[in-house]
Design a protein around this ligand. Structure first.
Ligand SMILES: Cc1cc2nc3c(=O)[nH]c(=O)nc-3n(C[C@H](O)[C@H](O)[C@H](O)COP(=O)(O)OP(=O)(O)OC[C@H]3O[C@@H](n4cnc5c(N)ncnc54)[C@H](O)[C@@H]3O)c2cc1C
Length: 434
């Protein structure tokens, strides 16, 4: 029988935290108990800063429990593009920030029994060796030497792959269950509204000096233009049992390609990506691949999730907006939220302590927005606002689309999702369909 749930939810006991009742005051309020929020809390605790983290459900209620948990600085063929758009210095900062994040995980994972394993991360191309060569050249200009190698562990022919040695993979919830112990967290504490210096929950008001919004999609629409700067993209995963070891983590450079990694004797196949609310091939594409190349392996788990995609493929980490100086954000991880969460925790801790962080300028959320994706996001917003439909998203009023594969109402504008009864599944909406 296939279990329709992420493999990480099996046999993991996350620590419980009580609900916040009544009013409270803190120096730093963190909203959101996923990988980003919890790592921020962990770093602030190390620095003896007075903070509290509030999570609307249980911790790791959101995307983090559905990740494939590869810890890598190799975010597709990004470096050729970064070199062109940002120049050498900033492209190298992006690489260094993410490489440093891997080292930080390695150190923390010594204390946490979380199946942390060093692996090579490969990005392969089925038919475009030229793109791989350009990426290898770009990396060489950044002082990071890579080879283009064969991919004989994959079940199909490719034009080659670029390998980043000494990257890693782990069990994200086992990691969190250790790291979160002793942190100042409140669960089942939903922030309904933000005001200057205060956050309103269902049970009271939290006053703060500074705030970090780590809610996956930022919950404040009034500042920072996040609904224009981000959309959500959905992907699917299946886990095959008794699968061959592929000795690395693989991802296709093509936007709609597949990804592969092992966990114990499972093989995850990921892919089927599409903008949330649009039609996609969902698990079908992954099952076709499994039938073709792994016909004797049994599918044990399947799940789907989504992540926030930014205009330029770089996360938004830093001040939320010029008009909200007391507020910081960690969002837009472009499906690379393991290292990006660690980068967020390091940068935001430094910013809160008024220390210089060398990587902060690359991730600054108020950078130039004039990118082709801005026009696509704007077009989606306008056309879905004008579409006639009885089901509308409470976030900004866009027409919702029925997702046949997952039996949900999905918003093509910003990616909110609701079950068939209208109950909220994924933000940015902060309420059910009325
Ligand atoms: C299919 C897929 C595979 C992926 N695989 C990888 C991978 O291999 N490697 C990698 O690096 N990245 C991967 N990612 C990306 C990564 O999983 C995410 O970027 C990361 O988990 C996001 O973490 P987060 O803390 O920002 O969000 P979340 O985990 O969603 O946490 C946000 C939390 O905020 C809470 N919240 C929201 N609103 C409120 C509110 N108003 N009040 C209180 N709490 C609130 C939510 O309940 C939630 O728990 C993948 C993404 C996808 C879609």
């Amino acid at each position: 029988m296939v279990r329709m749930d992420s493999i990480w939810n099996e046999n993991v006991k996350l620590p419980h935290f009580k609900k916040l009742e009544g009013d409270a005051a803190t120096d730093v309020l963190i909203i959101g108990g996923g990988m980003a929020g919890i790592l921020c809390a962990y770093f602030l605790q190390q620095e003896h800063i007075k903070y509290m983290l509030v999570e609307k459900g249980r911790i790791c209620n959101g995307i983090t429990r559905n990740t494939t948990a590869k810890i890598t600085a190799q975010h597709g063929l990004i470096y050729h593009r970064l070199l062109k758009s940002l120049g050498t210095e900033k492209a190298r900062m992006y690489l260094d920030a993410n490489q440093k994040a891997i080292h930080r995980y390695a150190r923390l994972c010594k204390k946490a029994d979380c199946d942390f394993e060093r692996k090579t991360a490969y990005v392969y191309s089925k038919d475009n060796r030229r793109k791989l060569e350009e990426e290898a050249d770009a990396l060489s200009q950044l002082g990071f030497q890579v080879q283009i190698t064969d991919t004989d562990k994959l079940p199909f022919q490719t034009a080659g792959a670029i390998g980043f040695a000494d990257q890693a993979q782990f069990h994200p919830l086992k990691f969190i269950s250790k790291i979160a112990q002793g942190l100042h967290i409140y669960e089942n504490t939903f922030v309904k509204e933000l005001a200057k210096g205060a956050a309103m929950t269902e049970c009271g008001k939290i006053t703060f000096q500074k705030m970090i919004i780590a809610t996956h999609f930022p919950i404040d629409n009034k500042h920072g233009l996040y609904p224009l700067k981000m959309y959500q993209d959905r992907s699917y995963v299946i886990a095959l049992e008794n699968a061959p070891q592929i000795d690395g983590m693989y991802i296709d450079e093509a936007q709609n390609g597949l990804s592969f990694r092992n966990y114990k004797d499972f093989l995850f196949i990921g892919g089927g990506s599409h903008r949330t609310g649009k039609k996609g091939k969902n698990w079908e594409e992954l099952r076709n691949c499994a039938r073709l190349y792994y016909p004797n392996m049994e599918e044990k788990y399947c799940w789907a999730t989504q992540d926030c995609m930014t205009l330029d493929g770089i996360p938004y980490i830093g001040p939320y907006s010029r008009s909200m100086p007391e507020c910081y954000v960690a969002a837009g991880f472009n499906k690379w939220g393991m290292t990006s969460s660690m980068v967020s925790a390091a940068i935001l801790t430094d910013l809160l302590l008024e220390r210089e962080n060398p990587f902060a300028p690359v991730f600054h959320p108020s950078r130039n927005m004039i990118k082709p994706q801005l026009f696509i996001n704007s077009f989606e917003a306008v056309s879905n606002l004008l579409t006639i439909s009885a089901k509308r998203c409470p976030h900004m009023g866009c027409a919702l689309r029925w997702n046949k594969a997952e039996h949900s109402w999905d918003c093509p504008c910003h990616g909110s999702r609701f079950d068939r009864f209208g109950k909220l599944l994924d933000n940015p909406s902060n309420g059910d369909i009325m």
